[in-house]
Design a protein around this ligand. Structure first.
Ligand code: TYM
Length: 342
């Protein structure tokens, strides 16, 4: 096999299945914005086909897809610089996913912790789509030959599987065709935790709204949720080591650091020794300062439905221009008649 050079290209996606929350923002969206620039071509997707692996009300799905798009733009993604679209409008994703269903092994899928978490106890009753989800995710990435995928820490296992699929495809067909994609997991808050329980991640599916900060929350709601966040009775340490076995304290410090583009160590050198009674109002003020402009711009854009739909349609066209030839080549490699070559 010869070493292939791939264009540096970023791909990532967010499910439009619930409220965009601070975990999505710090673990993913803010980092999507950081990667937008001359170094990479950036492709970002609202993964509506992933969302329906668990039941979604159709009207709500439409609304949430537009809301996530509004969130992308409000957070700083420029639809001229980045390609923004919803997954269902680029059919090459599902076409490549079928090929990957035939590459991936059932045993690989059975190891996926997200499947186990989402399917719950009754795995026999989960949708087949939920089980096959990681093969579609691999197709999302590899149909663009994406080289870099910024995600939160919870997606690490899916990205390892994406690499396994690329390696097995390349090996089975004896060709260096799909890149072995780099997960880009980083920043001070790759795993933002639940505000009421530092052992669980912040998630849109938690029944209690007090456990998360939504990107649509107003200043009062943000301040209230931070004030009521679970903490411990001790003062903040001056060094990161002092946060060990203090998950709630660590979470709030990491959130502060990520919002303020600092490291946790830098934050602690400034706030070490303070009690939470003093630190929480500082964090609330910072969160409101950083998030309010995004939530008000999101609200404005949500009133411009036609504009959002146009951005998504244009994004899908641009995405297809990249994905279609890669799918064609895949079909040729696999041996589909009519795929170009003889
Ligand atoms: P999803 O929709 O659950 O989450 C979107 C992004 O937000 C990150 N994230 C978090 N980061 C830090 N702390 C948290 N508490 C937190 N919660 C969510 C996720 O890691 C993710 O980056 N399978 C993916 C969507 C997807 C995808 C893709 C991602 C489909 N195809 C291709 C990358 C590339 C998912 O369900 O993310």
């Amino acid at each position: 096999m010869t070493e292939t050079q791939f264009t540096p290209r970023v791909f990532s996606g967010i499910q439009p299945s619930g409220n965009l929350h601070l975990g999505n923002y710090l673990g993913a969206l803010k980092r999507f914005v950081d990667m937008q620039g001359p170094e990479y071509e950036t492709v970002y997707c609202m993964v509506d086909l992933h969302a329906i692996t668990v039941w979604q009300d159709p009207d709500r799905l439409r609304e949430k897809t537009r809301e996530v798009c509004a969130g992308f733009i409000a957070a700083g993604l420029d639809p001229e610089k980045s390609i923004l679209f919803n997954q269902s409008q680029v059919p090459e994703h599902t076409q490549l996913a079928w090929i990957f269903n035939c590459i991936a092994r059932i045993g690989w899928m059975q190891r996926m912790t997200q499947f186990k978490d989402k399917a719950g106890k009754n795995t026999q009753n989960a949708s087949l789509g939920l089980f096959a989800y990681p093969a579609l995710m691999a197709a999302d990435i590899l149909v663009y030959h994406a080289t870099h995928v910024p995600v939160g820490e919870d997606q690490k296992q899916h990205l390892e599987l994406t690499r396994d699929i690329a390696i097995k495809f390349n090996h089975d067909y004896g060709i260096d065709f799909f890149p072995v994609t780099e997960p880009v997991i980083g920043g001070p808050a790759p795993r933002v935790m639940n505000l009421r329980d530092g052992s669980r991640k912040m998630s849109s599916s938690d029944p209690s709204d007090m456990t998360r900060i939504n990107m649509t929350d107003d200043a009062d709601a943000i301040a209230k949720k931070i004030r009521k966040a679970k903490t411990d009775p001790d003062a903040l340490p001056s060094e990161v080591e002092g946060l060990e076995s203090r998950p709630e304290a660590r979470n709030l410090v990491n959130i502060y650091a990520a919002l303020n583009d600092q490291t946790a160590g830098q934050v602690l050198s400034e706030v070490g020794g303070k009690q939470f009674g003093e630190f929480k109002p500082m964090l609330a003020e910072l969160a409101v300062e950083k998030l309010s402009p995004i939530s008000s711009e999101m609200a404005r854009l949500m009133g411009e439905e036609a504009e959002i739909d146009q951005i998504l349609a244009r994004g899908a066209e641009r995405a297809r221009a990249i994905a279609a030839p890669i799918l064609q080549q895949t079909y040729e490699i696999v041996g589909m008649v009519g795929a170009g070559k003889s």
